[in-house]
Design a protein around this ligand. Structure first.
Ligand code: DX5
Ligand code: ZN
Length: 222
């Protein structure tokens, strides 16, 4: 059984002192830095690009950086984030003209490859690329903003993806992103997820360690 991973979304961090805030959340017990890239084209919001990822590496952040690309087109961004020190890179199939090629770019860059499914994206997009995936990122909100509410139907979808992954016999992580907090993380894990993105639930609290410890306690009950 793979361990559960908690990945704070730095979309809700303090951008004016980003390096320090990311270092603090890792010290507080987070496993992975979730890095949301938004282009005001694929999604109706703008965040940050590869130079900020490189700046975090230069600042001394050594934790894995999980880059979630909400951009179209995607391929040039994949190449930039490989160079900037990303560890994991995922993108939305609707945003790429050639999903297999984009996945191969991530793999050739030495990063873990993931595909992101929006709440309304059907599972059949996974069918011919499962062998190239290290993880599947299921959106539990419509992408573009932090602080939205978890869409309950995601629990059904997580269970379906878990069954699909188990049947494949492959070692593919199931990451869930959007509206995760201390009250629903156990249900999300019980449905089959093993990696949890949380932005506002962590960064909007004064003590990151308290939140992450509570999340781990809830996960230990599964
Ligand atoms: C939404 C982003 C999420 C978001 C999560 O488009 O992909 O990562 O920042 O934030 P919360 O946990 O606040 O929903
Ligand atoms: Zn995200």
């Amino acid at each position: 059984m793979q361990p559960y991973l908690i990945a704070p979304s730095i979309l809700s961090a303090d951008f004016a002192r980003l390096g320090e805030d990311v270092a603090n959340v890792i010290s507080a017990g987070a496993d992975v830095v979730h890095f949301d890239v938004m282009d005001n084209h694929y999604v109706p919001n703008l965040s940050f690009g590869a130079p900020i990822c490189k700046a975090l590496r230069d600042y001394g952040i050594t934790a894995p950086i999980d880059v979630h690309l909400m951009v179209s087109p995607v391929d040039s961004m994949i190449e930039q984030f490989v160079q900037a020190g990303a560890s994991m890179i995922s993108f939305h199939p609707e945003a790429s003209g050639h999903v297999d090629r984009s996945l191969q770019l991530i793999i050739d860059g030495g990063c873990q490859a993931g595909l992101v499914l929006n709440p309304a994206t059907p599972l059949h997009v996974l069918e011919h690329v499962l062998h190239k995936l290290d993880y599947i990122l299921l959106m539990s909100v419509n992408p573009g903003f932090g602080g939205q509410s978890f869409i309950p139907h995601t629990l059904t979808k997580i269970a379906q993806v878990k069954a699909l992954v188990s049947a494949s016999g492959r070692d593919i992580r199931i990451e869930v992103d959007g509206g995760i907090n201390c009250d629903n993380i156990a249900d999300i894990a019980a449905a089959g997820a093993d990696m949890f993105v949380a932005g506002s639930a962590i960064f909007n609290q004064p003590n990151y360690s308290d939140v992450i410890t509570t999340m781990r306690q809830k996960l230990s009950t599964i």
